[in-house]
Design a protein around this ligand. Structure first.
Ligand SMILES: Nc1ncnc2c1ncn2[C@@H]1O[C@H](COP(=O)(O)OP(=O)(O)OP(=O)(O)O)[C@@H](O)[C@H]1O
Ligand SMILES: [Mg+2]
Length: 270
């Protein structure tokens, strides 16, 4: 962006090297006639939380589905720490150090919160299906899982069924599961969706607590309080393209972004 005003983000504890962790170049994804991603290039740097905003259908989820190996790009490239990862299967991308949470929560509802984290720890070392079936957690595994539950404020929920958790706790459990694979890059797809103001405030603190365990975070969110509080830099998407990039102040007041969001929860930011 050209008219860069003063940096207004409170950029947390950026202590990474600033080197690119994720490099996306000229990425496209077509579904039949729909161009869901239309020439996206971006980088996420070491130490950074990159916020990704944009109206419904902008292509945010499709973008991270390609990064995490759920979808194969139609064209373009994705590099992670210099290694080409586009087209790699899900589990290989996971093993290289990329984890994600889902816009629609995906937990094993009939397992406890603790068991959900334990399966994620095991998934990292064995085949995902086998890990979910063969269930003999080690003391070390349990300690590790409890530590993650504690980090996300879920200690008291450890033995509760995941399917019975309040919404905010289920979302936090998803993050604990993602962290269990010890990722370098964490992709969060609308982690505050369905949360009230207080829960969102707590989630902001939780994400601040976990960021120093990671090299970088890419954060998709419609909640602008969370985006402003956490993002070191923001990218706005619309119709599969990047329409603005910069600090939260620059991007959230950009005419194309304001127009795309018109009628939603975004308000004037002086
Ligand atoms: N599997 C699929 N098959 C066909 N079209 C798809 C598929 N997944 C996504 N799309 C389309 O791609 C476009 C981008 O969708 P995407 O889910 O990435 O939007 P989004 O920015 O995440 O929106 P939201 O904020 O509502 O989650 C939409 O037009 C959507 O309908
Ligand atoms: Mg989405």
């Amino acid at each position: 962006m050209t008219d860069s005003g003063p940096e207004t983000n409170p950029p947390g504890t950026l202590d990474g090297t600033g080197k690119p962790v994720l490099e996306i170049d000229s990425l496209t994804k077509a579904f039949g006639g729909i161009q869901a991603i239309d020439g996206v290039s971006l980088t996420v740097n070491d130490g950074e939380i990159l916020g990704i905003v944009g109206p419904n259908g902008a292509g945010k989820t499709v973008l991270i589905n390609m990064v995490s190996g759920f979808y194969r790009p139609t064209s373009g490239s994705i590099r992670f720490n210099g290694q080409k990862i586009d087209g790699l299967p899900l589990h290989k991308v996971g093993r290289l150090g990329i984890a994600r949470t889902f816009q629609n929560i995906r937990l094993f509802n009939r397992m406890t919160a603790l068991e959900n984290v334990l399966t994620a720890i095991k998934q990292h070392t064995t085949h995902p299906i086998l890990a979910a079936l063969a269930f003999a957690p080690s003391r070390q595994g349990i300690d590790e899982a409890m530590e993650l539950l504690d980090l996300m404020g879920l200690t008291a929920r450890a033995n509760q069924g995941a399917g019975e958790l309040p919404y905010g706790d289920a979302r936090r459990l998803e993050i604990a599961r993602a962290l269990a694979t010890k990722p370098k890059l964490l992709l969060l797809d609308e982690p505050a969706a369905g949360m009230n103001e207080q829960e969102t405030g707590e989630l902001i603190e939780d994400i601040r607590k976990v960021r120093n365990r990671l090299d970088a975070i890419a954060l998709i969110e419609h909640d602008m309080t969370l985006i402003r509080a956490l993002s070191d830099r923001i990218i706005a998407m619309n119709y599969g393209k990047i329409v603005a990039e910069g600090s939260s102040k620059e991007v959230l007041s950009h005419p194309e972004v304001v127009e795309a969001y018109l009628g939603t929860d975004e308000e004037e930011d002086g």
